[in-house]
Design a binder for this molecule. Structure first.
Ligand code: KG4
Ligand code: ZN
Length: 334
């Protein structure tokens, strides 16, 4: 079954053709980073406009790269939630139009479910059940993946998402947008023990995260130094901050895996590209003799191939939308 999938939940316009949930025939991603860089973050109105301009071309590119025509496609899939509402609407309306015009089933896909599925296209052997750490710009969740379409959220952030904290801390350090990506690079040459930063925990929850206090701690260090006319070594501060975030993510994720009895661990979302997170979790899993699955770097950020993968399993369980499908800014995964 060949699914043509569309992803426009944030600032990437993406289309892909995926066969039977596992084989990526083509995947095209148009990033808007250069334009949003001017503002230091994603401007929702600009994002929606750029999606409108590029969605038809990107979809045609995905078909051309797959050497397929519209009448060789079996279903249309689209990210309908969660995300920026204006951005989601562009993808949802485009997918609805394709579904109507081509008389093909329309498969709605939850963005976090698709991030998890980025591991199915990276690892042919991976099958649920497993436990997954989903860390992106908008979410930091620990999720039990019981089967392809059954999820249970064990823990989540109470405030900022990990990616958001990376981006905001990077901005305060003068590191260019997209902050998380560059902070990770800068941190590689820094000393992670230079700055004493907290590892915040959440009262009454062993699995939830809280990153806003950590972000504020970094911003305070920067302000204090500025007031004294000192300049801080950005690589050391970035390394210390990255270490704190990764320690928090790792501690709760490993604890949840132990408590819920999982030895198959999976990571997903934009922050899964973080080099320290990947190293640290690999080390932990090696110690426990657990199996760790990380998405290929090209599928960590937003893309449509992961949408096409998850869509296949949604289709098999009968999750098919009609033309009343709407976009929704926020919906829990389970
Ligand atoms: O999943 P994603 O592409 O979009 C959302 O669904 O939000 O995640 C984007 C987030 C951004 O906050 C970005 O800074 C972060 O992932 N990110 C990273 C790295 N690469 C991307 N954060 C830390 N280290 C990285 N290497
Ligand atoms: Zn995402």
């Amino acid at each position: 079954m060949k699914i043509l999938s569309i992803e426009t939940s944030c600032d990437e316009t993406a289309a892909s053709v995926v066969e039977n949930g596992r084989f990526v025939i083509s995947s095209v991603v148009a990033s808007q980073i250069e334009e949003h860089k001017l503002y230091g973050g994603v401007v929702p109105e600009i994002a929606s406009r750029r999606h409108i301009e590029s969605i038809a071309v990107i979809t045609q590119n995905a078909l051309d790269n797959a050497d397929l025509s519209f009448n060789e496609i079996d279903a249309i899939a689209v990210t309908h939630t969660p995300g920026l509402i204006g951005s989601l609407l562009v993808g949802v309306n485009f997918a609805k139009a394709l579904s109507l015009a081509l008389d093909l089933p329309l498969i709605p896909v939850h963005h976090l479910r698709s991030h998890i599925a980025s591991n199915y296209i990276s690892h042919p052997d991976l099958e649920p059940p497993f436990i997954c750490l989903v860390v992106s710009g908008g979410h930091s969740h620990i999720i039990e993946v019981k089967d392809y379409t059954t999820f249970n959220t064990i823990g989540k952030t109470r405030d900022d998402a990990a990616g958001e904290a990376f981006d905001k801390a990077a901005r305060a350090m003068g590191i260019p947008y997209p902050g998380g990506v560059y902070l990770d690079k800068v941190a590689e040459s820094g000393n992670e023990n230079s700055f004493k930063l907290p590892r915040p925990t959440v009262t009454n929850s062993k699995y939830d995260f809280s990153f806003s206090g950590l972000k504020t701690a970094v911003i305070n260090q920067i302000h204090n130094a500025k007031q004294k006319n000192n300049t801080l070594p950005v690589d050391d501060l970035a390394a210390s901050f990255r270490k704190s975030v990764v320690d928090c993510l790792t501690t709760n994720f490993i604890r949840a895996a132990k408590d819920f009895g999982y030895s198959k661990l999976v990571v997903a979302g934009g922050v899964s590209a973080n080099s320290l997170l990947r190293r640290q979790l690999l080390e932990e899993c090696l110690n426990y003799n657990w199996k760790l699955y990380l998405p290929n770097l090209c599928f960590c950020g937003d893309n449509a191939a992961m949408v096409g993968s998850q869509a296949y399993y949604e289709y098999l369980t009968g999750n098919i939308a009609n033309l009343n499908l709407n976009a929704c800014a926020s919906t829990p995964i389970d």
